[in-house]
Design a protein around this ligand. Structure first.
Ligand code: PLP
Length: 400
């Protein structure tokens, strides 16, 4: 039996321990409760489960395989590295898993518009894709800085027919995009739905997004058992808001022998202000309708954060990660932009797999850890997305 007592999480009010909840005005709480009721109803319907399972198989291409990165493991001279290939999903990342769920829920609830923010553009592309499939108008808010950096995804969102809203306020990155999208949503929350892009925001989003993403860990655990007749020693994933990590960790929570490691962006260094290592250096506070760890300035405002990976520069983090950190069930470490770039190039050249800059954070952590472990140890890395979107940016930065 596990030494951790995991009652079904979150509780009925959306709390993971002290984190999560609904820190929103009463009018909005009514709307969020409606979404929760609709979600709880729809998830029980065999028809919904079957529709989602078929889309996962025939549209997304699930199950995503696990690949043994044998050459890289050999080079590092320690533990064996395995990659859960979410980068092979339709649209190139894990985000499609929850976007299909959210789009189907929006259709079920009769919503007329789906609104969301995006950082790297992966959530935006995945949501625009799911909305095209389901036939619902979609509006995506994106920081101007990210628009310039993630051009291929911007073009794809336009081709897919969504309305793209550039956000120029603040640092013109992910947090500002969330604020802008939320304002649009508040104009008509009865008719619209805000399809949050990670395991963040008010209840029920951290629960709902986690549930849709948990297919990653469910598959990976089974695949690992079938192939190796054992579980991995370490399971690692990058953490922005935390959806790919939560999707991977959930199936392993009761497996005490499996160490769970979330990897945050240390950016230009933890001793600078240019990072986004929320669980490493933040403290419990409130952001975007939830209680969670937050990076704040001295006057209590969310800190302007930085990461080379646009999908990781968020000053908050999912409430369940906040809880897992306090419990000690998951560890949170960080890697710098430089280590991330090195992992990006190494995985590309040694294994022929170009990872997303976000995912390269988890690869970088594993590359640091592997040489300290024995050759019989196994690290499972969630390769949350592919690096096509980052290729031009990296080649320009490195002068290739
Ligand atoms: C490929 C990829 N991985 C990870 C993330 C970070 O999000 P999360 O922490 O919710 O998985 C993003 C966000 O855009 C992403 O595009």
């Amino acid at each position: 039996m596990s030494k951790f007592d995991f009652a079904p999480m979150p509780d009925a009010s959306g709390f993971f321990g002290e984190y999560g909840g609904q820190i929103i005005p009463p009018e909005l709480k009514v709307i969020m409760d409606d979404i929760n009721d609709a979600y709880e109803e729809i998830r029980q319907l065999p028809g919904f489960q079957q529709e989602l399972a078929e889309l996962f198989a025939d549209y997304v291409g699930r199950p995503s395989p696990i690949f043994h990165a044998a050459r890289l493991s050999e080079q590092l001279g320690g533990a064996q590295l395995y990659l859960k290939r979410e980068d092979l999903n339709h649209t190139g990342a894990h985000k499609i898993n929850h976007c299909l769920g959210e789009a189907l829920l929006a259709k079920h609830m009769g919503k007329t518009k789906v609104i969301a923010e995006t950082g790297a553009g992966q959530h935006g592309v995945a949501l625009a894709t799911a909305c095209a499939l389901v036939g619902i108008p979609c509006e995506i808010h994106m920081g101007q800085v990210d628009i310039e950096k993630e051009h291929p995804n911007v073009t794809k969102m336009k081709i897919l027919g969504c309305k793209l809203v550039p956000v120029t306020r603040g640092t013109a990155t992910l947090k500002d995009a969330v604020d802008s999208a939320f304002e649009e949503y508040l104009k008509n929350p009865q008719e619209y739905i805000y399809a949050i892009g990670s395991v963040v925001g008010p209840h029920p989003f951290p629960k709902m997004v986690r549930d849709f993403q948990s297919i990653i860990g469910t598959e990976a655990r089974q695949q690992f058992q079938n192939k190796h007749n054992q579980l991995p020693d370490y399971v690692t994933a990058c953490v922005g808001g935390g959806s790919n990590a939560m999707g991977m960790f959930t199936a392993f929570l009761d497996d005490d022998g499996v160490e769970l490691v979330g990897v945050e962006p240390a950016g230009k260094g933890l001793d600078t202000k240019d990072h986004s290592a929320t669980l490493t250096l933040g403290k419990p506070s409130e952001l975007h309708g939830m209680k969670c760890y937050v990076l704040e300035t001295e006057d209590g405002e969310p800190m302007p954060v930085h990461s080379i990976a646009s999908g990781l520069d968020y000053p908050g983090v999912g409430p369940q990660h906040s809880y897992l950190k306090d419990l000690g069930r998951a560890q949170y470490d960080s890697v710098t932009d430089e280590e991330c770039l090195n992992a990006f190039m190494t995985l590309s050249r040694v294994e022929g797999i170009i990872p997303a800059l976000e995912s390269a954070h988890a690869v970088a952590w594993a590359m640091r850890k592997a040489p300290t472990l024995g050759k019989d140890q196994k690290i499972l890395i969630n390769l949350s997305g592919r690096g096509d979107k980052d290729a031009d940016y990296v080649s320009e930065k490195l002068g290739l």
